[in-house]
Design a protein. Structure first.
Length: 107
């Protein structure tokens, strides 16, 4: 997708430090973090939103990547949230999963 900011990040056109990457997804720090750890996991391919997702291997990658970051960021036992916005609550129209913690905020 030509004008999609997350496609540009996934392809490396906009340079980012990836917290996790594999054949399906990349993960990077949110530009406007809601907690000290706020990492966004996105499919490499442009999938608009959660209801368009059919490929379960993306979910498997998100699980692996999030579990790694949870351990690296020492979030085990400290409270974190996994969030997907959709249906009008989503701002960037490229599917993404937020990992946010440690958590005191209510979302
Ligand atoms: P949404 O509201 O669509 O679920 O979340 C979009 C998220 O992407 C927001 O948390 C926002 O801060 C983040 N974001 C938007 N543009 C950029 C960007 O260019 N770089 C990074 N790292 N995060 C972005
Ligand atoms: Zn995209």
């Amino acid at each position: 997708m030509e004008n999609c900011i997350f496609c540009k990040i996934a392809s490396g056109q906009i340079p980012k430090k990836f917290r996790y990457q594999d054949e399906n997804i990349v993960a990077f720090d949110d530009i406007n973090p809601q907690a000290s750890t706020h990492v966004v996991f996105i499919p490499r391919d442009h999938i608009e939103n959660f209801e368009m997702l059919t490929d379960d291997s993306i979910l498997a990658s998100v699980r692996r990547g999030m579990q790694e970051v949870v351990k690296e960021k020492k979030l085990v036992g400290r409270g974190y949230k996994v969030l997907v916005n959709g249906g009008g609550a989503q701002v960037v129209e490229h599917l993404h999963f937020h990992l946010i913690g440690p958590i005191g905020l209510k979302i």
